[in-house]
Write a protein that binds this ligand. Structure first.
Ligand SMILES: Nc1ncnc2c1ncn2[C@@H]1O[C@H](COP(=O)(O)OP(=O)(O)O)[C@@H](O)[C@H]1O
Ligand SMILES: O=c1ccn([C@@H]2O[C@H](COP(=O)(O)OP(=O)(O)O)[C@@H](O)[C@H]2O)c(=O)[nH]1
Length: 314
């Protein structure tokens, strides 16, 4: 377990962002929930503008039977309409940063390269999976590449797989992926898990996998466990927002990524705290999290990384 009550953020960075995007990086479940509620709903608060907004609604003098019947009828009609007309596609469609638990039943996309029988026969359970998590720019990719070089992990970056699918001629989901990534929101896991599943199957002889940047929400974590396998550990890069911001802004000069810009980055931070951070909290209750501070030189951080997963690398 790692300490969950620490906060890390710099006033220099915070002064550059609107109030709604400022948050401490490490918070307890209650703290983060309260903070989120306060920060992200502040803009949606009801503000009385007209004199009548301040008035207490007048109490009706007697039961209005017709009104009651009308309301009941509307509710029943709405429920009927919802049941009959809401299609499976509607349920899967989610382009907001508020992926909900109801999405946890999404079907994983079929493979274009492997048959259902090949997928069913693949020994996913025999693979050691380490999730590499942390906010945007916290150092997931940098350290994963070093672990690959030194210890022969297979590195699967969910973001890289999605970008490759986005650019693949003939992809049925390329355009949709582009929409999510440019908004800084999470691609439905039916797509991401399918890409990860196929990428794992491309390495039948490998035993150790680093899955970088996934899962980004609790429902994704549960769906991966259900359809692929459980992870052995979570390598978590604990990084102040100010540092992540500066590093991404630096990276944006050469990355060519559509989402490495200030506006999308604000949303990525919001999605990270709102949806991805609870994944780290959840795995920490299962004693799976190995937290590494991102502060220090690339070599320092890598040395801390090696120490934190020394039982897995060998
Ligand atoms: N310890 C470090 N010190 C300074 N810069 C770093 C460090 N670790 C990573 N970087 C740089 O920060 C940027 C973001 O790192 P990256 O590994 O791409 O993050 P992530 O994969 O988490 O988005 C990259 O440009 C990388 O070179
Ligand atoms: O499991 C994933 C991983 C990535 N993404 C999308 O890909 C973007 C970039 O993710 P990546 O991990 O490459 O970069 P990071 O933001 O961590 O630097 C995210 O903002 C999401 O839009 C996603 O939807 N699901």
């Amino acid at each position: 377990m790692f300490p969950l009550s620490r906060t890390s953020y710099s006033s220099r960075f915070l002064s550059r962002l609107p109030r709604s995007t400022k948050f401490p990086v490490l918070l307890s479940q209650n703290q983060s929930t309260r903070l989120l509620a306060a920060q992200f709903s502040a803009s949606r608060k009801f503000v009385p503008k007209n004199p009548e907004d301040f008035e207490t609604p007048k109490k009706k003098t007697g039961p209005n039977v017709f009104l009651g019947i009308g309301i009941l009828g509307s509710v029943l009609l709405a429920a009927y309409y919802y049941k009959i007309y809401r299609t499976e596609d509607d349920k899967k469609e989610t382009n907001s940063d508020q992926t909900t638990a109801s999405d946890a039943n999404e079907e994983i996309m079929d493979s274009e390269r492997f048959t259902k029988e090949e997928i069913a026969a693949f020994p996913f359970n025999s693979k050691k999976i380490v999730f590499v998590l942390g906010g945007p720019g916290s150092g997931k990719g940098t350290n994963s590449l070093k672990l690959v070089e030194e210890f022969g992990f297979v590195h699967l970056s969910a973001g890289d797989l999605l970008r490759a699918e986005q650019n693949r001629p003939g992809s049925k989901v390329g355009q949709a992926i582009k929409g999510y990534i440019s908004a800084g929101t999470i691609v439905p896991y039916s797509i991401t898990i399918a890409l990860l599943r196929d990428a794992i199957m491309d390495h039948p002889d490998a035993t150790k996998f680093l899955i970088d940047g996934f899962p980004r929400s609790l429902d994704q974590a549960r769906a991966f466990e259900k359809t692929i396998t459980d992870c052995q550990a979570v390598l978590f890069y604990d990084c102040p927002v100010s540092t992540m911001f500066d590093r991404i802004m630096d990276r944006s000069k050469t990355s060519g990524r559509i989402d490495d810009n200030e506006e999308t980055l604000r949303n990525r931070f919001k999605v990270y705290l709102n949806q991805s951070y609870p994944v780290i909290q959840d795995y920490s209750t299962k004693d799976k999290v190995r937290a590494v501070s991102c502060i220090g030189s690339v070599d320092d951080v890598y040395n801390k990384t090696k120490l934190s997963i020394s039982d897995i690398v060998n």
